[in-house]
Design a protein around this ligand. Structure first.
Ligand SMILES: [Zn+2]
Length: 320
């Protein structure tokens, strides 16, 4: 599934201090005594970010408001905040953790994982939907707590490793940079403990926006297909002129591709995208299939496409 080149062995070794390169290479060759790769953010940077006061975006978006963690369906758990999602996908051989919210939310995410009976140190893979501060800001802290392998798309990697995006309303809003250990492309699969997550490149919102899909067993005994949408909102970004080259075409390709996806458990990185509160309330009231919603993905895609085209027309007209 993973070619040696996927691991980026050369990049990996280049960032190591010479004294530990030998150990790193030994680890790549399968030896058991591996030196932990260097982190990009120091403890001081991570600690300061976790304690920093919330800015206006974080406050209005309720990015740090607590939300009681719960089992969404099968082995998928919600461990995020009220405003931004983080998902634990549990397996008997360790776990996946998708998205890190903001740095200030890291203690909550760790506590949420613990409250569900899991341990952050058992997280083996950290995934990211896209490199905006509200989904990537906490990743460095979560990487520090777990030592998990950070997985991201090639197009968002530079942003994650810089700790700031170069375009859009959040440009210049720094977050602790995260070392990306593995780069995934469209269709790449990541397996752990009998669970496989597949990456889908759905660019637009960011150049490397990555959605993830997996099969999941419901409480009804049926197999379901879960889709974690990266987001395709315009989010105040400039479409005309494009915030990055190829942006408009990227959105349109993504809308067309997503129309071809079939998933009956639609999840996303902001609760309002998939009615987190409403579905959770129905689940608490006894509906074990509250998160099974076969029309939700296409509905969301259609709404996003309409909003995108309207915003593109608006921005185009304004330029004339
Ligand atoms: Zn975003």
């Amino acid at each position: 599934m993973w070619a040696a080149s996927d691991f980026g062995a050369n990049d990996y070794a280049a960032r190591m201090k010479p004294a530990v390169v030998v150990l790193a290479l030994a680890a790549l060759l399968g030896c058991t005594t591996a030196a932990a790769p260097q982190r990009l953010a120091s403890d001081a940077i991570i600690d300061a970010a976790e304690r920093a006061p919330l800015d206006g975006y974080a406050t209005s978006g309720r990015w740090s408001e607590p939300f009681a963690p719960f089992n969404v369906i099968g082995n998928i758990y919600y461990v995020g905040t009220e405003g931004v999602s983080s998902y634990l996908i549990a397996t008997p051989r360790g776990h996946f953790l998708l998205d890190g919210a903001i740095a200030q939310a890291v203690p909550q995410i760790v506590a949420n994982i613990r409250a569900l009976g899991f341990d952050i140190r058992d997280v083996k893979y950290l995934l990211n939907s896209h490199a905006h501060i509200d989904h990537a800001g906490g990743l460095a802290g979560l990487q520090r707590a777990s030592d998990a392998v950070m997985v991201a798309s090639a197009a968002d990697r530079a942003t994650l490793e810089a700790g700031a995006i170069a375009y859009g309303p959040t440009a210049g809003m720094a977050f602790p940079p995260i070392r990306v250990d593995r780069v995934v492309g469209d269709g790449d699969a990541l397996s752990l403990g009998g669970v496989t997550l597949v990456a889908h490149m759905t660019p637009g919102h960011t150049a490397g926006c990555t959605s993830w899909s997996m099969a999941v067993a419901g409480a009804d005994g049926a197999r379901h297909a879960a889709f974690f949408h990266c987001s395709s909102t315009v989010a105040g970004q400039s479409l005309a002129p494009e915030a990055y080259p190829g942006m408009v075409a990227a959105y349109r390709t993504t809308f067309a591709r997503v129309r071809g996806f079939e998933a009956d458990v639609f999840l996303a990185n902001h609760g309002n995208f998939f009615d987190l509160k409403g579905k959770r309330a129905r689940q608490i009231a006894g509906d074990v299939n509250a998160f099974v919603d076969p029309g939700a993905l296409l509905r969301f895609n259609g709404e996003m496409e309409q909003a995108f085209e309207a915003e593109l027309a608006r921005q185009g007209a304004r330029r004339e």
